[in-house]
Design a binder for this molecule. Structure first.
Ligand code: ATP
Ligand code: MG
Length: 174
C-alpha cells in the first residue's frame, strides 16, 4: 500500500485535528524529544488495527485518547484516518475511532466494517500493524533474533499472502 495522508484528532498528543501529507519516497520525522514523533507511527499502527497496549505504549486502549494537560481538558474520542492507494492503485481510506469506555469502530471507504475486515484489507495490501515496513526501535535486533517460523511470517506479510492465513483461520472458525 502507498500511504498518502494521515489525519489525527484527539489521538495521544495530537489533540487538535492535524493532517499530514506523506510524499513519495522516504519520510523522516524530526523534532525535539516528546514532540510526538513516535505517536505518529503509533497512529498508523493503530488505524491498521493494532490492539496491543505494549506496542501503543499504553495501559488500556482508551489511553490513546488525549488525556488533557494543565491547560486543556481531556477529549472523549480519538480518530485516525489513513488514506492511500492499495496494491492495485485504488483509493483506500481507513478510519478508526474510539470513544472513551465504548471501544473502537472502523470504516473503509465510508462503510462501517469489522476489525477483521480492516486486518484483511491491510494484509491484502501487503502492509499492516505488524508489517516489516514499519520499523520501530529494537525491531532490527528482533529480526536477527527471530525463530525461523517468525521470520517466515515476516516474509509472508511482505509478500502479501498474510491475508490468506487470516481467511483460513476464519473459515476454520478459529
Ligand atoms: P522522543 O524523541 O523522546 O522519542 P517523540 O517525539 O517520539 O519523543 P512521543 O513519544 O511521540 O515523542 O510523544 C510523547 C508525548 O506524547 C508525551 O509528551 C506524552 O505526554 C504525550 N502523550 C502520550 N499519550 C498521550 C495522551 N493520551 N494524551 C496526551 N498526551 C499524550
Ligand atoms: Mg520517540
Amino acid at each position: 500500500m502507498l500511504l498518502r495522508r494521515l489525519k489525527l484528532s484527539g489521538f495521544k498528543s495530537f489533540v487538535e485535528p492535524s493532517e499530514l501529507r506523506i510524499e513519495p519516497g522516504l519520510t523522516g520525522i524530526v523534532g525535539p524529544n516528546g514532540c510526538g514523533k513516535s505517536n505518529l507511527l503509533e497512529a498508523i499502527r493503530w488505524v491498521m488495527g493494532e490492539n496491543s497496549p505494549k506496542s501503543m505504549r499504553s495501559g488500556g486502549m482508551d489511553d490513546v485518547i488525549f488525556a488533557g494537560t494543565a491547560s486543556r481538558p481531556p477529549r472523549n474520542f480519538a480518530e485516525v484516518v489513513l488514506a492511500g492507494l492499495d496494491s492495485e492503485g485504488r483509493e483506500l481510506e481507513v478510519v478508526r475511532r474510539i470513544e472513551r469506555g465504548s471501544g473502537s469502530a472502523y470504516r473503509v471507504n465510508g462503510r462501517d466494517v469489522r476489525a477483521k475486515d480492516v486486518a484483511l484489507t491491510f494484509a491484502d495490501a501487503a502492509t499492516g500493524a505488524h508489517s516489516p515496513a514499519l520499523v520501530s526501535q529494537g525491531k532490527i535486533a528482533q529480526v536477527i533474533a527471530a525463530k525461523p517460523a517468525e521470520r517466515r511470517m515476516m516474509l509472508e506479510e511482505a509478500a502479501g499472502i498474510a491475508g490468506l492465513h487470516v481467511r483460513r483461520r476464519d473459515a476454520e472458525g478459529k
